[in-house]
Design a protein. Sequence first.
Length: 297
Amino acid sequence: MNNPMHRRDALKKVATGAAALAATRAFANQNETSEAMSMPTSDLKRNIHHSACRWCYKDIELDELCRRGKEVGLEALDLVNVDEIPTLRENGLDPSLIWGVPGGIVSGLNRLENHDNIVSFFETNIPQVANAGAKRVICFSGNRDGLDDEEGLENCKIGLQRITPIAEKHGILVVMELLNSKRNHPDYQCDHTAWGVELVKRVESEAFKLLYDIYHMQIMDGDVIATIQENHPYFGHYHTGGVPGRHEIDETQELFYPAIMRAILETGYDGYVAQEFVPSWEDPIAALAQGIRICDV
């Protein structure tokens, strides 16, 4: 039998080590915050066009987020509503992706009964989005809820073939987001690159592509760089995020984002890459500044 005293000593050492690691990380965060905020934006290469998802900074007022984001190198904001575009424009930012589709992530295009409401949204909003100078609008497959993948593909195709003529007319790209069903969005149907690529092929319109979310697809598929190289014609937008945990994209997670960004650039992509990690630093804008510089290759 193990000596209880030895066991207690070991547990104390583990607890002490964990506390020391947490303190070290907190100190490192302070240094990283200071360094990230002190870097001038004039040294950014801008080969990657930098955006960020609004919801990750929901505790910051939109005007402040725009102002401070631009100060650290932001060029646009993702996942904003049409009525928020004027605030972005006033602060010199682009609306890189518009959302607000009825049913959200769960009740999407894979159900025929959802089509009329979703199509109506696009009929109303695509002209407004185009007039405001935005270029991309998001959509979702919806959850399976017992629906097999083949029927889901066909139903999404039917709905999208009603939407894409409107998008084509106004020069708008509709993107369906690839999301993981393992950790964040249980039962979501467009949860693998292969399924999404097949949908793009069936829709047969340059006005519809995928939003390749690197965080989500690392969880579901892995093989991120090769996937981008092989499937980039079907991708119309990109999101970032640290794996695991969906926090900063630095050395605390398993992906090396500079190499991923270089792979994206090598495909000829010239759109926005939006940071979609949830900041864990005390100053979320400093975390955003660091993410922008990591991706600025």
